[in-house]
Design a protein around this ligand. Structure first.
Ligand code: ADP
Ligand code: ADP
Ligand code: MG
Length: 629
């Protein structure tokens, strides 16, 4: 049967992603939303949208009954669950079908089987797919578990049978710690999944996470769409994914693809799925688990194969055969995805909530941005803090990494703290470039990402601060930094790590930083400033700095002259000389580095002069507008 209308039982970027494909296929879309998401992007894009209830998940995105009733009321034919929430809940899939609707996902029986890490491993062992050595029995007697752990050999990993999202996992280094770690894993599992059963696995000390995208239709056809390397993780959660895994030779890759297809054939499967493998340091690969849904990282597979996986999901749900056979699926180039989280990476990855004051995520013809939020939306405590995914394609890995670096450098988010600088530092690091990142590298701090601020960056900051009126007398009163003709500019950086003070002198040769380094900012150095947040791009590396807040408020009161923040072109002028403007009003719009940048008034005033004209090419620091208070 052909699907004409789909209700999307999800939110955020995956809801937006599904709507995009539906639009191309001419399928109508229905969004659902909680109180917190009333004005979100997905709701504004969908053909219809229905309010489900409050922010509690049980009232909204996890309320299967309400969701099915909504789908019936608006005459949808099918429900797409996205990922997370109800995507892997077998009971929900069954209820959807009992209501006469199509569930765009895996069959309930496969979900049940693969949703249990013990049942999944038992099935795979029977199908002769290699599994991580361990214990997956039903007997959960602590004495017996300890005996099994000793048999496996320490270190051992305890995993929740019903676990997911990296929760409920504990490493045990030695027998003496086993009892304590076991009760801790059980407690976590009971709270998160309502089930305290565990399995035990040999802990692989240098693990690579390689997974294979598989697809099956209702006619017995199973194919793979190559592998993804998801070894860059924090706390067992992926943050950077790429395809293909170029450090593996073709024979090895083929063996993994074959094992994934074999695993899929061993269960009666339909739709998109992912077989996750773990690779140990002596070249063995083992089945870890199967995710019976679309994956957050599906975009990298789409980029190397040219396949729209959501369109395939819909086709398979309609009962159609897979659009391509195995030999027709080709792997072209390289793709990389980074997950942009609103979180404080130096503060234990604490989610950062609040208003996104400004957001510009850069993409070009070989890159894309998937995001469920826009500027002026809020990141709330209610949902996952992932705000976007940046995906880049290149003809090879090096080319792809370079593109991603550019995308990261040219992306700015202000208002909430993000991991953009952290992601940039990772993909610039030697272990990443040499493909020597293991899934525990970040947690073990095996990669040094502490960003020391090079003197050149401080010189760029100093130039920017002076340009913004640092010479005014107000500055001398502000405690954070000040400038006098003969005295250095004192810049206090309160972040990224801890508060540091630097002295910058303006000399004939440029800027003298901390009495020893001279630097003259060049045309490729950028400094974006938003209140007390600074972002500097220097040598294709990005640095995020934060100054003490009060300094910037002082500075805003002196912003009478507005300079071009970077080279570019004026594309629109919103004001005229003599006009009264208020703080925050957009004065003109410039285009720089393929992005539009609104230049705003930093204070109230009257436009004294306007030196910009539309289409004019401008250099960094050119005076654009002068205000009189
Ligand atoms: P993957 O292997 O694809 O990363 P995860 O199991 O980590 O899969 O989860 C997939 C995604 O689904 C998460 O990154 C998150 O965005 C979303 N998600 C999962 N569970 C929840 C939940 N309970 N609430 C909100 N979002 C969730
Ligand atoms: P989840 O359902 O939470 O995704 P997984 O079994 O897929 O659980 O494991 C998540 C991550 O934990 C893996 O990607 C890997 O980084 C790590 N991990 C899992 N099993 C092992 C193991 N046996 N040894 C070392 N690391 C492991
Ligand atoms: Mg997993």
């Amino acid at each position: 049967m052909s699907i004409k209308k789909i209700l999307i039982a999800n939110r955020g970027e995956i809801a937006v992603r599904i709507i995009e494909t539906c639009r191309q296929l001419g399928i109508r879309t229905v969004a659902i939303y909680s109180d917190a998401d009333r004005y979100c992007k997905a709701v504004s894009m969908a053909d219809e949208a229905f309010h489900l209830g409050g922010v509690a998940l049980a009232d909204s995105y996890l309320n299967g009954e309400k969701i099915i009733q909504t789908a019936l009321n608006c005459h949808a034919d099918a429900i797409h669950p996205g990922y997370g929430f109800l995507a892997e809940q077998a009971d929900f899939a069954q209820q959807v079908e009992q209501a006469g609707l199509i569930f765009i996902g895996a069959p309930a029986q496969a979900m049940r089987l693969m949703g249990s890490k013990s049942a999944a491993k038992k099935t795979m062992l029977t199908a002769e797919v290699p599994c991580v050595p361990g214990y997956q029995g039903d007997d959960q007697d602590p004495e017996l578990l300890l005996k099994e752990a000793t048999k496996i050999g320490f270190p051992v990993l305890i995993k929740a049978v019903s676990g997911g999202g990296g929760k409920g996992m504990k490493i045990v280094e030695q027998a003496a710690d086993f009892a304590v770690q076991l009760s801790s894993a059980q407690r976590e599992a009971r709270n998160a999944f309502g089930d305290d059963q565990v399995i035990l696995e040999k802990y692989i000390t240098q693990p690579k996470h390689i997974e294979v995208q598989v697809f099956a239709d209702a006619h017995g056809q199973v194919v793979h769409l190559f592998e993804r390397d998801c070894s860059t993780q924090r706390r067992y959660q992926k943050i950077i994914e790429e395809a293909p895994a170029t450090f593996l030779d073709d024979q090895y890759r083929q063996a993994i693809h074959d094992a994934a297809v074999q695993a899929t054939q061993a269960i009666e499967y339909r739709g998109a799925g992912t077989i996750e493998f773990i690779l140990d340091d002596d070249g063995q690969f083992y089945f870890m688990e199967m995710n019976t849904r679309l994956q957050v990282e599906h975009r990298v597979t789409e980029m190397i194969t040219g396949v729209d996986l959501v369109a395939w999901q819909i086709a398979v749900a309609e009962g159609k055969p897979l659009p391509l056979t195995q030999s027709q699926i080709q792997c072209r180039g390289h793709a990389l995805q980074v997950r942009v989280y609103a979180e404080d990476t130096v503060n234990d990855y604490l989610p950062s909530t609040g208003l996104i004051e400004h957001m510009q995520l850069a993409s070009d013809e070989h890159g894309l941005v998937d995001s469920g939020v826009r500027a002026q939306d809020s990141v709330t405590i209610h949902y996952d803090p992932m705000i976007a995914k940046l995906v880049a394609w290149g003809k090879n890995r090096a080319d792809c990494i370079e593109r991603m670096q550019t995308m990261l450098n040219h992306s700015v988010v202000y208002g909430v703290t993000t991991n953009l600088a952290f992601l940039s530092a990772i993909i610039n690091s030697k272990p990443f470039l040499n493909q020597q990142i293991y899934t525990n590298s970040l947690d073990n701090k095996a990669i040094d990402l502490a960003q020391t601020i090079p003197p050149a960056v401080l010189a760029i900051v100093a130039k920017n601060l002076i340009k913004n009126g640092a010479s005014n007398s107000i500055w001398q009163q502000a405690s954070g930094w000040r400038l006098q003709e003969t005295e250095p500019l004192i810049i206090t950086v309160v972040k990224p790590e801890h508060s540091q003070q630097h002295r910058v002198m303006v000399t004939d040769e440029g800027f003298l930083v901390d009495g020893q380094h001279h630097y003259q900012p060049s045309a490729t150095d950028y400094c974006y400033q938003h209140r007390h947040y600074l972002q500097v791009i220097h040598n294709n590396q990005r640095y995020q700095l934060q100054l003490p807040n009060h300094d910037i408020q002082a500075m805003a009161s002196d912003a009478n002259t507005i300079y071009a923040p970077m080279p570019g072109k004026i594309i629109a002028i919103k004001v005229a000389a003599g006009e009264q403007v208020s703080q925050g009003d957009t004065l003109l719009i410039m285009e720089a580095m393929k992005m539009e940048l609104a230049i705003k008034a930093e204070r109230d005033g009257e436009i004294k002069s306007l030196s910009a004209t539309v289409d004019k090419q401008i250099k960094a620091d050119d005076i654009l507008v002068e205000l009189v208070p």
